[in-house]
Design a binder for this molecule. Structure first.
Ligand SMILES: *[C@@H]1O[C@H](CO)[C@@H](O)[C@H](O)[C@H]1NC(C)=O
Ligand SMILES: *[C@@H]1O[C@H](CO)[C@@H](O)[C@H](O)[C@H]1NC(C)=O
Ligand SMILES: *[C@@H]1O[C@H](CO)[C@@H](O)[C@H](O)[C@H]1NC(C)=O
Ligand SMILES: *[C@@H]1O[C@H](CO)[C@@H](O)[C@H](O)[C@H]1NC(C)=O
Ligand SMILES: *[C@@H]1O[C@H](CO)[C@@H](O)[C@H](O)[C@H]1NC(C)=O
Length: 227
């Protein structure tokens, strides 16, 4: 009798340990830190992001989160941050989702500089970064080129100025879609070792020619502006 209880409590302790160290064993995708991050992001948007997330299993929340076994996509497009308010997200919080592949943060009045977004290089699977139509200012930091798997980068419709750093392209050639239209960028357009499918630099103040090395004949290119 006693040994039986003993065994049971051993099994119980074992399961408790499993639940603590391996939440997915219980069907939970996010760990404690990730749940807290989502709540912090939610709080910093006055509850507009992840509206239905209550701190439980993150993949059971459907507003702005998508999971394929793991949390792979965060999409905050359409959250109604008032135009009068500038949101400065804590980018570190997004880096806690190591499996994230797509991050859509467009049209939600994000202000400040791009530099903090360099932290996203910790996301080894990030393919899409969409920051279009925000209020970002300052230069485009070259460190965005160190996000290893990035294939779509959309920075259009912000208040960015300065050059397009060549190093944004030099270290990896996985960028297929590149959009910096509708900013105040200037200087020359760097060359690029990869092949780009969509390249939009319209409505800026660039000078000079676009290096032919970046195009294949399937490329869609918009550069009407060179003003
Ligand atoms: C955000 O957190 C602060 C401080 O903990 C709290 O006072 C506030 O009510 C929270 N806001 C929302 C929308 O949850
Ligand atoms: C994000 O969530 C908000 C609030 O529920 C919703 O209005 C918006 O459409 C969602 N955006 C996307 C892209 O799912
Ligand atoms: C951003 O979030 C991280 C991780 O939770 C935290 O350590 C850091 O203090 C936060 N930064 C700001 C400015 O709130
Ligand atoms: C390119 O990558 C290498 C190795 O990862 C790194 O040392 C170097 O600083 C990077 N250069 C740029 C311009 O990002
Ligand atoms: C350009 O496209 C045509 C037809 O779409 C194709 O036959 C040709 O091989 C392509 N050339 C290059 C250099 O990609």
């Amino acid at each position: 009798m006693e040994t039986c209880l003993g065994k049971r409590s051993v099994i119980l302790i074992w399961f408790m340990a499993l639940a603590t160290f391996c939440p997915s064993a219980w069907g939970e995708v996010c760990n404690k830190e990730q749940k807290r991050a989502l709540l912090e992001i939610k709080n910093s948007t006055d509850g507009l992001a992840f509206k239905d997330f209550d701190g439980g299993d993150c993949c059971e929340a459907i507003d702005n989160i998508s999971c394929e076994g793991l949390l792979t996509r965060i999409d905050l497009r359409g959250i109604d941050i008032p135009i009068s308010r500038t949101w400065i997200p804590n980018v570190t919080l997004f880096t806690l989702f190591g499996e994230l592949q797509e991050l859509y943060l467009s049209g939600i009045n994000i202000g400040g500089e791009l530099q903090p977004f360099c932290e996203l290089k910790r996301l080894k699977y990030l393919r899409i970064l969409d920051l279009r139509n925000n209020k970002l200012e300052g230069n485009i930091p070259s460190c965005l080129g160190t996000i290893e798997k990035l294939s779509q980068l959309d920075l259009s419709g912000n208040h960015l100025h300065g050059n397009l750093p060549s190093s944004i392209f030099s270290n990896h050639s996985s960028i297929m879609v590149f959009d910096v239209s509708d900013n105040q960028l200037d200087g020359n357009i760097p060359s690029y070792p990869g092949i780009i499918q969509q390249f939009d630099i319209s409505n800026n103040h660039f000078q000079g020619n676009v290096p032919s090395s970046i195009f294949s004949n399937q490329s869609q290119i918009s550069l009407f502006d060179v003003s």
